[in-house]
Ligand binder design. Structure first.
Ligand code: ATP
Ligand code: MN
Length: 463
């Protein structure tokens, strides 16, 4: 076992007089030619531990060379701290420099950089308080997601990232190919001959694991996926990434009401988990970025989500007297401005919208008796808009096939999906939660690029 202890644990102990070892990065150094105060952080917690070095006991040149960003190993004795806001500090005995950080070129020398600037140094931004807090919460959310489904008896199913179908219907796809773009093999008619490509066919990065997830649900009853998804849409918004992570539970024998109940319970569990386990980070984010964050998170846990139909939502929006950028009428797809009006101004609670017009929803959603709407359900959150999109699935072979034909989706790509409706079909439902939208909501950050370590967006994949 390592002797090194995490700062998170040390700050909790009251073991005054005990000899300890810490390793981490210098956040600040101050002092004079007799004594140095070095604040160190190892990423285990938002707080730093203060190291006090009596310069007489060290090589003064070494102490001088230490500046913000340097990485150190320190051993010493835990002492009660005189400084405010910290319980213990370390009276240093030994300081080993693992790596210096030249103060004239280290980009994080000063505090208070803009989030935009920090995006341009994505290789170093995890060392800031903000990104430390965000990435710890991101981790905790991922952990809580697996915990939730495991407790609920769901199985984690790994669906493919490279897919042969381009009919998933959720958005534009990125092609996966090893053909030489300058000199691809051509068919007689001049088109690219993908039969010579790696998989002997056209392939793309998946936009969703749902269709394969359904295959799992129709055997294991309840599954979930949690993996990366890719969309080649030019959506330059604070809520869209080209590469994002999605959680997609899929449940046999669930109707749309069961689906809504699960979505609401799941979201509340996740928020509650973070309130119970990440309060230090939440308090920091609440102070620095969003003074209503903690209150908002608590209200998610306590408020019952509103459940209304799309048609009723359109009526509310029409009567609102608001001048929306995108005008509303029955049949339009709701934009973020409409979703946020409903959630933030009209109801002041999360809203689950159901029964959308079939034209604006995917082919696999269960058709309602009115033949105009489908059993879709979107969960809308404050500050985010749509955080979950889901539905009861069409389990009837003829109806599903009819819809696929109507939309002109190439049947050859979906034969395997249709077969589940031919052999032992069952009523079933599922939804997709955008992981980064959830991290965005829970951290109170305002741009999705700031809640994923390496954001991929149009014209940006630098790191
Ligand atoms: P939107 O209308 O907001 O673009 P969508 O309806 O295209 O989303 P779905 O296909 O329903 O999205 O995907 C399920 C969930 O995945 C969404 O509710 C959202 O939380 C998340 N999501 C979708 N697209 C993106 C994206 N480009 N970046 C990050 N998250 C996304
Ligand atoms: Mn959606």
């Amino acid at each position: 076992m390592q002797r090194r202890e995490k700062i998170r644990e040390l700050l909790k102990t009251g073991d005054i007089g005990r000899e300890v070892e810490v390793k981490g990065w210098v956040r600040t150094k101050r002092g004079n030619n007799k004594i140095a105060f070095i604040a160190m952080n190892d990423g285990s917690v938002i707080h730093n531990i203060q190291v006090v070095a009596d310069i007489a006991n060290f090589d003064a040149e070494v102490i001088k060379s230490i500046s913000t960003g340097a990485c150190l190993r320190v051993t010493g004795v835990l002492a009660e701290s005189m400084g405010k806001g910290q319980s213990v500090e370390i009276q240093a005995k030994e300081i080993e420099v693992y790596g210096l950080a030249d103060s004239s070129t280290y980009p994080l020398q000063k505090k208070g950089h803009s989030l935009e600037f920090l995006r341009s140094i994505a290789h170093l931004r995890p060392r800031t308080n903000t990104f430390g807090a965000v990435f710890r919460i991101r981790h905790a959310l991922a952990f809580a997601i697996h915990n939730y489904f495991n407790e609920m008896g769901f199985y984690y199913l790994h669906t493919p990232i490279i897919t042969g179908s381009d009919a998933e219907g959720a958005g534009e796809m990125f092609r996966v190919s090893i053909l030489d773009p300058k000199n691809p093999p051509l068919k007689k008619n001049g088109e690219v001959d993908f039969s010579e490509d790696f998989f002997g066919r056209e392939t793309n990065l998946t936009v969703s694991g749902q269709l394969e997830g359904e295959l799992g649900a129709l055997a294991l009853s309840q599954i979930y996926t949690f993996g990366p998804t890719f969309r080649a849409e030019n959506s330059n918004t604070p809520r869209h990434l080209a590469e994002f992570w999605m959680i997609e539970p899929e449940m046999a024998f669930y109707d749309i009401t069961d689906n809504m109940d699960l979505a609401e319970d799941f979201l509340k569990y996740l928020v509650k988990y973070i309130l119970e386990n990440n309060m230090d980070d939440l308090e920091f984010l609440n102070k620095m970025y969003d003074n209503e964050l903690i209150e908002r998170l608590k209200s998610i846990v306590s408020d019952e989500f509103v459940r209304i139909g799309y048609t009723e939502a359109i009526e509310i929006l029409e009567k609102s007297g608001k001048n929306f950028e995108f005008p509303v009428k029955w049949g339009v797809d709701l934009q973020s401005e409409h979703e946020r009006y409903l959630v933030e101004q009209h109801f002041n609670k999360p809203v689950i919208l159901t029964d959308y017009p079939s034209e604006i929803k995917a082919f696999y959603m269960k058709q309602n008796e009115d033949r105009k709407t489908v059993r879709a359900m979107d969960v809308l959150f404050p500050r985010i808009g749509e955080i979950i999109g889901g539905s009861q699935r069409e389990e009837n072979y003829e109806k599903l096939e009819g819809r696929i034909k109507e939309l002109g989706i190439p049947m050859k790509d979906l034969w395997w999906y249709l077969e589940t409706r031919k052999f032992g079909s069952a009523p079933h439902s599922g939804f997709g939660l955008g992981f980064e939208r959830m991290v965005l909501f829970v951290t109170g950050m305002s741009n999705i690029r700031d809640v994923i370590p390496f954001p991929r967006t149009p014209k940006n994949a630098d790191f």
